[in-house]
Design a binder for this molecule. Structure first.
Ligand code: ATP
Ligand code: MG
Length: 163
């Protein structure tokens, strides 16, 4: 099911001729494992530098998706990717890409945001994956890619990619 959907979705497939950047893509996963697999596939299309916003309610699957992305870059094992809810920034270094997984759920003011010095993390080989970044309009303006996850009944997640 997942692979069929990806085939349809995948740019360059005989069924989808428009380029990656021109398309808005959408997929529904039915388990955490499928979301991780999707994250792995998606990583192939994420070349640094990038600022990626991960949007969705609590428990929507944002961190779960990062597990697949980090694993695909050889930056962390799936099980080692945990929520940066309290630490706010997790760094995962891969052979060619540095991933920064950031959670701004507990950050409310510009002053608090400044203390994280996120600009210092941006470099030619870095990808910032930010949960709850939409709280700050600046990130909505600057983001390269937006990934939104929405619950679809019990364990279904509708995932949409913009950018
Ligand atoms: N299709 C699915 N995709 C992703 N996660 C799923 C799916 N079905 C069930 N789950 C479960 O939902 C939970 C998602 O949690 P996760 O920490 O990834 O959410 P989150 O969006 O990062 O939340 P938060 O905003 O609290 O950080 C996990 O317990 C995961 O096992
Ligand atoms: Mg999370």
């Amino acid at each position: 099911m997942l692979s069929l959907s990806l085939y349809w979705w995948w740019p360059g497939s005989p069924l989808g001729r428009r380029s990656y950047c021109e398309m808005n893509r959408e997929i529904t996963t039915n388990s955490a494992e499928e979301t991780i697999a999707f994250g792995r596939a998606l990583a192939e299309k994420l070349t640094p530098p990038k600022l990626v916003l991960l949007r969705g309610d609590l428990g929507a699957g944002k961190t779960t998706l990062v597990k697949g992305i980090a694993a695909a870059f050889g930056a962390a094992r799936e099980d080692d990717v945990t929520s940066p809810t309290f630490t706010l920034v997790h760094e995962y270094r891969g052979p060619s890409v540095n991933l920064y997984h950031i959670d701004l759920y507990r950050i409310d003011t510009q002053r608090e945001l400044d203390t994280l010095a996120l600009d210092d993390l941006r470099s030619e080989n870095s990808i910032l994956l930010i949960e709850w970044g939409e709280k700050f309009p600046r990130f909505l303006r600057e983001r390269d890619v937006e990934i939104s996850l929405e619950r679809d009944e019990e364990s279904g997640r509708r995932i949409r990619i913009i950018g």
